[in-house]
Design a protein around this ligand. Structure first.
Ligand code: GUN
Ligand code: ZN
Length: 437
């Protein structure tokens, strides 16, 4: 039995913080340790107590004075868009048609998909993200490459072969039948293999005919426990066009509802411009709105009402994500930095405890995976990130004046990025790639 004792300052949330000084919402241990046994967290707590529970020959790794948190979670990314980031476009639809669709056509080639998969996992683990919910391309080969790399790394990843059968280049189209058959094949090949989860993935209503939407409904009924992911209400032109394509629906959200896609574990990227009716429908169904702040700013899509949507009489569950490659950073720290600024523009406060809750337990709850990831609770998977709030000269200087955990977290979020990630553990194994990799 291999045991590892990882020493440092522990931070793990118990529930969503209710205010900026809500110290009951998290566990903090100034001289703490995590005992890892067979990829799981066996014990946590004060170093001396945990040391007593460890085998005498346990490997000990000392990360003091750094923070030990659960691995970060990113609830919406596009694996085939690593070479789309930083594309200069006026808006979502221009960006999709000019850069994104042509780039995704290249994923018909397994060799290309495999090369990008290697980079994708390197970049996420370098940024301390141990779980991501990813769109692959329409090609089954892209999903095969993604999940094979995940199996190799031992990560808990959620991914899906995109289904799309109209309004895109020929090289990116499947058919209702092919989309159904290949999604089933991806589920059979990969779901439950290692720590992989497959998500049913219609790209968005613009790129699926009513016939394909009906097939996604069939998949959703046949696999009621699987995640579903798609896009919703990101951009005003997109919303207008979508509603023209489905004239019988009351609004954009109603299109997905009509095809049985509005449910728990269904993740709707962006959801920026929802009406009250749509927000009610989301809340009633338990569906999740996935906030992608760097993308929303980069593409000029709009300001998501993160705080207001959670304060409603019927709150909508919110997850947070990078949305690579519409998003402009792989870092969940930078992502929450931009989320904070969006709330500032809306006259709202997003406190650092909330930000770190969202990146960890909040996203795990949204994914219905809180029993496995998102905390340091014993019995859960030992996915960890070690964060250094004094990683750069500028951070070190600012750290001199910092007197509380909240201030330290806020500094990490505001100036931190992959340089603040000292190490990333996947199922207890040190997995941060070298900077040059
Ligand atoms: N809507 C449909 N596809 C996409 C995509 O790839 N990125 C973003 N940001 N929005 C989308
Ligand atoms: Zn997206």
């Amino acid at each position: 039995m291999t045991e590892t004792l990882i020493r440092g300052r522990l931070l793990s949330f118990r529930r969503a913080p209710e205010h900026a000084a809500d110290s009951e919402s998290y566990l903090y241990e100034g001289d703490g340790a995590v005992l890892v046994r067979d990829g799981l967290i066996a014990a946590i707590g004060n170093y001396a107590d945990v040391r007593e529970k460890a085998a005498v020959d346990a490997t000990e790794i000392d990360h003091r004075p750094h923070l030990i948190l659960p691995g970060l979670i990113d609830c919406h990314v596009h694996f085939p868009q690593m070479q789309v980031i930083a594309s200069y476009a006026a808006n979502l639809l221009e960006w999709l048609n000019t850069y994104t669709f042509p780039e995704e056509c290249r994923f018909v080639e397994s060799a290309h998909a495999q090369r990008i998969a290697t980079h994708f996992f390197d970049e996420f683990l370098r940024n301390g993200t141990t779980t991501a919910v990813a769109y692959c391309s329409v090609h089954k080969a892209s999903a095969d490459a993604f999940f094979a790399e995940s199996l190799k790394r031992g990560t808990l990843m959620i991914g899906g072969k995109v289904m799309m059968d109209r309004n895109a280049p020929q090289g990116l189209l499947d058919t209702p039948q092919l989309g159904y058959d290949e999604t089933r094949a991806v589920i059979e090949d990969w779901h439950g293999k290692g720590r992989n989860h497959v998500a049913i993935t219609p790209r968005f209503a613009i790129t699926s005919t009513p016939e394909q939407m009906a097939m996604t409904q069939r998949l959703a009924e046949e696999f009621p426990d699987l995640h579903i992911q798609t896009h919703l209400s990101e951009n005003h032109d997109e919303i207008r066009y979508t509603c023209e394509l489905f004239p019988d629906a009351i609004d954009y959200t109603d299109i997905y509802a009509r095809y049985g896609l509005l449910r728990k574990k269904a993740l709707f990227g962006h959801a920026i411009h929802l009406s009250e009716r749509e927000a009610d429908a989301m809340a009633d169904s338990g569906a999740v709105a996935v906030h992608c702040p760097t993308s929303n700013l980069f593409l000029g899509s709009g300001l998501f009402s993160l705080k207001a949507i959670q304060r409603r009489e019927k709150p909508v569950t919110v997850a947070v994500a990078t949305d690579i490659g519409g998003g402009s950073s792989y870092s969940m720290l930078k992502t929450m930095d931009e989320a904070y600024k969006i709330q500032q523009l809306l006259g709202e406060r997003l406190n650092p405890l909330e930000s770190f809750y969202h990146m960890t337990l909040g996203n795990a709850v949204a994914l219905d995976l809180a029993g496995r990831i998102g905390t340091l609770d014993p019995g859960t998977d030992a996915d960890l990130v070690i964060l250094n709030a004094a990683a750069t000269p500028a951070m070190r200087l600012r750290m001199e004046t910092i007197t509380s955990l909240s201030e330290e977290l806020f500094l990490l979020q505001t100036l931190g990025d992959d340089r603040s990630v000292v190490e990333t553990y996947v199922a207890g194994k040190a997995s941060k790639p070298e900077a040059a990799a």
